[in-house]
Design a protein around this ligand. Structure first.
Ligand code: SF4
Length: 715
């Protein structure tokens, strides 16, 4: 047990704030305690962390209050979902897993084995899981909850630049002339990023802030210009801005000629987006469209920020690439204060991308489809040639469909709660009920997903295991094991995967003594790749603190922050040029119709984290957000004869939920908003995802969780 202050990283969102935590023993009389009176570690911001400069939000500040509560203490098993769980030991648990993997391999084939992981994993967990599934078992069926969060950003960057990786730094928040925030309620969902931008914007009145969002969120309240566009019209807006920039000559022809390609085809497309047509489609005034374009035109440095509002869309990749087009035509990339910057949801979704933690990618920003990439990895892993499958694995929604049609014989879920977070929740639950064998690995019990598991495995979590996480600006922070809150039988996720690998006969591939060795092997897979971090180690990160990649071998640790990508204006495409993408908007996959005339958009609140596995157990946050609700515009409330505070049934073609009505002009007419946090353990019949649909972007395969058609029925 450590008795001194330690520095670590917040385990909630992709901002990746540095935390300084102080053990109970050294806090004296004012020892912090959780609601049950147990002494807990006190959390403060780490002033030396370059990403957060000593700031934390309520989630980070209270994170230690949940770590002792409702912990899963030992493995549990039942043969059928109708039975009660019985306690078993790890020996029996590992035997069950090995037996099921062997059975499925023989009967369905290795592609009947699936793992669904999490941006809550440390990079070490991700990496060992990839080696087990993609390397040793030969199936690429590993997907993570990042599929629901930012896979459109990944495919957008890959399409435009030839490689994944957000090119900007948080420092750019304080160097920009114009911040263009689209589909991101940064004030609530990435509060420390927003606080930095807001403080700079307040002090520098020449700096412009544009917010594009159908809701007047706390983020929009701070903007110089709020464009409350109709859901699904982002591409129209971006193409409309491009039309005006082109018409005004506010483009950088030298950059376009020297560093990009496919501009002529793009100009053909944007010629269809004159202001009046765009304004009508988006439901905004022409003058507001022109103001947005003027802010772009007059700013030398434009920084665009986005998150789920663009990514969670059936045309998510097209949205991201169309936004990147604006940066390419104005040469606002590769320089301080500008660029396209995706804000990651999960704390280590970035580490997952680096470690190959989606079903179409491999460690080191490699692609499953690329034979050279597979060969390179087989050589690093010392596997026989052809061991890694050339087939893209199942996305999480394809895993659900695989359960429906009998193609999946083993679903292994770790550190995520799909029985709340997946779209079309009733269909998801019905599929989980059909699963021949579901393993659920988590720190907490009960959770909604545990109700659908045959085997439940206790995992250690943040503060109990050592590893690394990468935040949205590519800063890697070492997260040490410092607390003794873990139940004695809980194991780190990577240790569980490695033990299964050994028992399947792959001993030599999993002989890691500790997570430092895992990391040492992982960083080798990044050598000479766009995300090169081969110079990093646990030792270096512990000694010097957070370090930003790229950080190749023999990099100088004194120079560990302040890098941007593409400063040499050379991109990772075959010819080194960034690619324009020409897309028309297809609109929403499920537009409103006479039976379901409203658009439901879902999102997160300031205090709660995703499915509330931790934050639902923290009193301060529960008091802040005690119950789910439905925001509705006064006009629509009148039409449906609804009063503030009364219950309303919200129905879509897939299901229904009940929410308390909150009448507010912050939401656009014909649109309603509900938070996505509450599962059936926390509120009765208030699951926003029972309404949403799984129609996905054909490129990123990210579902359109952000919009579905609903109707309201007065209770
Ligand atoms: Fe944690 Fe995100 Fe809050 Fe920072 S902004 S303290 S990373 S939840």
């Amino acid at each position: 047990m450590i008795s001194e202050k330690v520095t670590t990283v917040c385990p909630y969102c992709g901002v990746g704030c540095g935390l300084e935590v102080q053990p109970p023993a050294s806090q004296g009389k004012a020892t912090n305690r959780d609601s049950e009176g147990t002494p807990i570690w006190k959390v403060m911001g780490d002033r030396t962390h370059p990403s957060s400069l000593g700031k934390v939000c309520v989630k980070g500040a209270t994170v230690t209050e949940a770590i002792n509560k409702n912990r899963l203490k030992y493995p549990l098993y039942r043969e059928t979902l109708q039975q009660d769980f019985r306690q078993i030991d790890w020996e029996e648990a590992f035997n069950l897993i090995v037996k099921q993997i062997q059975l499925v391999s023989k009967t369905i084939g290795v592609d009947g084995i699936c793992m669904y992981g999490s941006g809550q994993f440390q990079t070490e967990d991700y990496y060992v899981a990839q080696k087990l599934l993609k390397g040793c078992l030969g199936t690429n069926n590993f997907d993570a909850n990042s599929r629901l969060c930012m896979s459109s950003a990944v495919s957008g960057y890959m399409g435009s630049f030839g490689a994944d990786g957000p090119p900007c730094n948080y420092e750019d928040l304080e160097l920009t002339d114009c911040a263009f925030l689209v589909g991101t309620n940064t004030a609530e969902c990435h509060p420390i990023v927003f606080n930095r931008l807001r403080a700079y914007h307040k002090k520098n009145r020449h700096v412009k802030m544009i917010v594009v969002d159908p809701r007047r969120t706390a983020t929009a309240e701070a903007a110089d210009l709020h464009l409350a566009i109709k859901p699904g019209t982002d591409i129209d807006l971006f193409n409309g801005i491009a039309y005006l920039l082109l018409q005004w000559g506010a483009i950088d022809t030298f950059f376009i000629d020297e560093c990009t390609r496919d501009f002529p085809a793009y100009t053909q497309i944007i010629s269809h987006y004159p202001p009046q047509i765009v304004a009508d489609k988006c439901g905004i005034e022409v003058k507001d469209l022109e103001t947005a374009a003027r802010y772009w035109a007059e700013s030398e440095k434009v920084l665009s920020l986005w998150s789920m509002g663009l990514n969670q869309s059936s045309e998510g990749t097209a949205k991201v690439r169309t936004l990147i087009n604006l940066h390419l035509m104005t040469a606002t990339i590769g320089k301080a204060g500008c660029g396209p910057f995706s804000l990651t949801g999960q704390p280590n979704a970035m580490g997952g991308r680096e470690a190959g933690g989606l079903s179409h990618i491999l460690p080191g920003y490699r692609s499953v489809k690329n034979p050279l990439h597979r060969q390179e990895l087989e050589e690093i892993w010392q596997l026989p040639s052809g061991a890694i499958s050339a087939n893209v694995g199942k996305t999480v929604w394809e895993m659900i469909m695989g359960l429906e049609n009998g193609d999946v014989g083993l679903l292994w879920i770790a550190a995520t709660n799909p029985a709340v977070s997946m779209p079309d929740l009733e269909r998801t639950k019905q599929a989980l009920l059909k699963s021949p064998f579901t393993i659920y690995q988590d720190a907490y019990y009960p959770t909604e997903t545990a109700y659908y598991a045959h085997l439940v495995l206790p995992a250690t979590q943040w503060s109990e295991k050592a590893g690394t996480m990468t935040n949205s600006e590519r800063v890697v922070t070492y997260s040490p094991a410092f607390s003794s809150s873990a139940p004695s039988q809980a194991k780190a996720d990577w240790e569980i995967f490695a033990e299964v690998g050994k028992r399947l006969g792959f001993e030599k591939y999993f002989s890691f003594k500790d997570s430092a060795q895992v990391y040492q092997e992982f960083v080798k897979t990044t050598r000479d790749r766009p995300c090169d971090m081969s110079g990093l180690s646990h030792e270096l990160l512990s000694k010097y603190g957070p370090i930003q990649w790229p950080f190749p071998l023999r990099s100088d640790p004194e120079n560990r922050y302040g890098r941007r990508l593409y400063t040499d204006l050379h991109f990772h495409t075959e010819d080194g040029r960034a690619k324009f993408a020409a897309f028309h908007s297809r609109g929403l996959a499920e537009p409103p119709n006479p039976d379901y005339p409203l658009v439901l958009t879902v999102g997160r609140l300031y205090g709660h984290w995703h499915t509330m596995t931790r934050t639902g157990r923290i009193d301060k946050i529960v008091k802040m957000h005690p119950e789910p609700f439905l925001e509705i515009h006064p006009k629509d409330a009148r039409k449906y004869q609804l009063e503030d505070g009364e219950l309303v049934r919200v129905v879509s073609v897939r299901g229904e939920a009940k929410f308390k009505v909150k009448i507010t002009s912050a939401i656009a007419p014909s649109t309603v908003f509900a938070p996505m946090h509450w599962g059936f353990l926390w509120a009765e019949n208030a699951e926003a995802n029972s309404l949403t649909h799984p129609h996905s972007c054909p490129i990123s395969k990210q579902p359109e969780l952000k919009a579905c058609a609903v109707n309201l029925i007065k209770v």
